[in-house]
Design a protein around this ligand. Structure first.
Ligand SMILES: [Zn+2]
Ligand SMILES: [Zn+2]
Ligand SMILES: [Zn+2]
Length: 253
């Protein structure tokens, strides 16, 4: 299995528009963070988790010419606002895109992208089939999926385990029974917004504490804000099994 970090930035991305801080002005390409998303490939199956406003750029950057499905963690703008750009895949495949998400997210998509779901469609609108997602494990082609329930302050969000890999973003609470589903993974990609605490995201120390509990062989941080500091400085501060993720990082699982 191969996992590509398509984006590792928080909702505004890094650099932040109009920000003059050291991180936003850094010339290190690893300090340029598109909105968070990953691509998972196993055999001939290729899926993406989350489709934020940078989806178009992410697909072009990695020369992606087909996707079998999309999984959505939740309905915040930085995770869904690229959905209009699935049109190219619709045309190439001549079929709707399978979009897996829970009922509440589906309801929000029907409202936000009302033109996609209207009965009188404008020609050329994106086509997607919304597929129910709950706590049950399932398979997309060759990729096994175990949904992991986490909480983004009070908002229920899904993270995912794919075999020996797991992706958890946009949360700061997880129940013990869900942590149980993560034991035995080799690689974890987990959100860490910044060093100070936040109402709905894990801080760096909270992420490190949870990583200690799950104990994967290696972990990579994602959904980072410019307040987290520069990639190189952060890397130097972290234990050897934890690294800041960066856009374009490919993990062989
Ligand atoms: Zn987010
Ligand atoms: Zn900044
Ligand atoms: Zn969010």
């Amino acid at each position: 299995m191969r996992v590509t970090l398509l984006g590792t930035g928080t909702s505004q991305g890094v650099p932040v528009i109009a920000c003059k801080c050291d991180v936003c002005r850094s010339t290190d390409p690893r300090d340029k963070r598109l909105r968070s998303a990953i691509m998972v490939e196993e055999g001939s199956t290729r899926i993406v988790v989350d489709v934020g406003p940078d989806f178009r750029q992410q697909m072009l950057r990695h020369d992606v010419d087909n996707l079998d499905a999309i999984l959505l963690t939740h309905e915040h703008a930085d995770h869904i606002f690229g959905l209009d750009d699935i049109r190219s895949f619709n045309w190439l495949r001549k079929s709707p895109m399978d979009v897996y998400c829970e009922e509440r997210v589906q309801k929000n998509l029907r409202s936000i992208f009302n033109y996609v779901f209207s009965t009188n469609k404008y020609p050329g609108t994106p086509q997607m089939d919304l597929i129910d997602l709950d706590s049950k494990a399932f398979k997309i082609g060759q990729i096994p999926v175990i949904p992991i329930r986490v909480y983004h302050y009070k908002l229920p969000v899904y993270g995912f385990r794919f075999g020996k890999f797991a992706y958890l973003t946009d949360f700061n609470t997880i129940e013990e029974s869900e942590i149980d589903k993560l034991y035995g993974i080799d690689t974890l990609v987990i959100c860490a917004l910044r060093k100070s605490t936040h109402i709905s995201h894990l801080s760096l120390s909270e992420a490190i504490e949870l990583i200690g509990k799950i104990a994967p062989k290696r972990s990579f941080l994602t959904h980072m804000s410019h307040e987290m500091g520069k990639h190189d400085d952060l890397l130097a501060e972290l234990p050897s099994t934890i690294e800041p993720g960066f856009d374009g990082l490919v993990l062989e699982i």
